[in-house]
Design a protein. Structure first.
Length: 437
């Protein structure tokens, strides 16, 4: 079946399912394959559970006309999404970066939805499967889409741009994330820069943080037709400053456009962390560029409530927790540690878990984080995981080889009346410690 023919079927059944545990009635089931599963074997079950059709790539599983046979299911999904994108005559904002992608995406969506019917990437569906699924969820009524693109190796962002075809773009930052896959820090810069490459080639609009020298240099060398700057620098379209962070972030912002007659604005966010200032300012800048009123922009920023354990404040019976353990890399670790230093609190505790996907850089990067943690005044430092534990003989801090070991220790020696930063890679399962904090 050709992509055009599959698209005709999709128009009649415009919802996609990929998991038999969550079949959407009357949807098209795509039998994807993974390292440990082959969904071709579940195609019949998907139809029994309510799917209208099942797309498969193994002829042995085709038992009726409701089984659509293609050469490669994943490629068919991606081709279908690419074809659907071409039918959508709307702005598509693509964003990537080492840190802050999801928070920035949610802020942008919160702002733009005050005026437009928007659709944004759900959760963390930002890879070679998630981006196609996101695009195929965009309806004809959508006026603006915000697509998050993640990557852990070069050429992945370029591939995703080929599917999503962004008209506008933003790189949040270039940090030390996924060093193993990218081949080092310079590889991260090249990989994330593929979004800029695409927009330079297609004449798209880019939003650039004027305070980030790396991003400014990357933008300068690509000679964009349309560049919009934000940041503390006076040459930015939108500028701002941090008013307080105790522990929630409050900022002021203003336009440097002489034609603009608005007064300096103040916005109280529901985010913690000075490092979120750039993310907030990016959303304000994009909102302004798309013609939102000041009141709409401020409402979008103030109304965004973080979740999924990203820069999230949780008040327990005995402590104030800064929950930031959805993901972690050396760059995000450093800014989170600095943020705890800046927060006013009588008692501070660091609980840090291992950072993954650092390859040969892992030992050095974990050592650096321990050193950074020891540069700030806190009452206790707890490091969890084998990579951190490798350095336990060099420091007097508390080290545990596993989260389970930390759980046992904290159960018998509780922490009370403290502001606690809990941060680490998702695979460390640091959320299991919350009941003890």
């Amino acid at each position: 079946m050709t992509t055009e023919q599959l698209y005709q079927t999709f128009q009649q059944h415009p919802q996609i399912s990929t998991d038999t545990r969550n079949i959407i009635p009357n949807s098209i089931f795509f039998a994807l394959k993974g390292a440990n599963f082959n969904a071709n074997t579940f195609a019949e079950k998907a139809l029994e559970m309510g799917a209208a059709f099942a797309v498969i790539d193994e002829a042995a599983h085709r038992k009726s006309d409701r089984f659509i046979l293609v050469d490669d299911v994943l490629a068919a999904l991606q081709d279908l999404a690419r074809f659907h994108r071409k039918q959508l005559q709307i702005p598509v904002i693509g964003l990537t970066g080492s840190n802050g992608k999801t928070t920035t995406k949610e802020l942008i969506n919160s702002v733009l939805s005050r005026k437009f019917k928007t659709y944004a990437t759900k959760g963390n569906l930002n890879n070679h499967i998630g981006v196609p699924l996101t695009l195929l969820s965009i309806s004809r009524e959508t006026e603006i889409a915000i697509i998050e693109m993640g990557a852990n190796h070069q050429q992945e962002i370029a591939f995703l741009c080929g599917i999503a075809q962004p008209t506008h773009g933003l790189i949040t930052n270039i940090g030390r994330a996924h060093l193993e896959g990218f081949g080092g820090p310079e590889g991260v810069k090249i990989g994330k820069g593929e979004l800029f490459d695409f927009l330079a080639q297609t004449g798209g609009t880019v939003f650039v943080n004027h305070d980030d020298l790396i991003l400014e240099e990357m933008a300068f060398h690509r000679h964009f037709q349309k560049t919009v700057y934000y940041g503390k620098a006076v040459h930015s379209l939108v500028s701002g400053e941090i008013l307080e962070n105790v522990p929630l972030l409050k900022i002021s912002w203003w336009l440097n456009d002489e034609a603009a007659s608005i007064q300096k604005q103040e916005v109280q966010t529901q985010l913690t962390g000075n490092y979120n200032f750039d993310n907030v300012l990016a959303a304000i800048c994009i909102g302004n560029k798309f013609g939102l009123a000041v009141e709409q922009i401020n409402s979008g920023i103030a109304g965004y409530q973080p979740e999924n354990n990203r820069s999230q404040i949780v008040q327990t019976k005995t402590n104030t927790l800064i929950c930031d353990y959805y993901n972690a890399n050396p760059s995000s670790m450093e800014v989170a540690i600095k943020n705890l230093e800046a927060i006013k609190a009588d008692k501070k505790v660091l609980i840090l878990g291992d950072m993954f996907e650092l390859g040969e850089h892992s030992s050095a990067e974990h050592l650096l984080i321990i050193q950074k943690a020891n540069e700030i005044a806190v009452d206790q430092r707890i490091f969890i995981g084998k990579a951190f534990y490798e350095h336990h003989t060099v420091f007097t801090d508390t080290f545990f080889e596993s989260t389970d070991a930390a759980f046992i220790a904290l159960k018998s020696s509780s922490i009370t009346n403290a502001t606690i930063l809990v941060k680490g890679s998702r695979g460390m399962r640091l959320e299991t410690l919350l009941e003890l904090l």
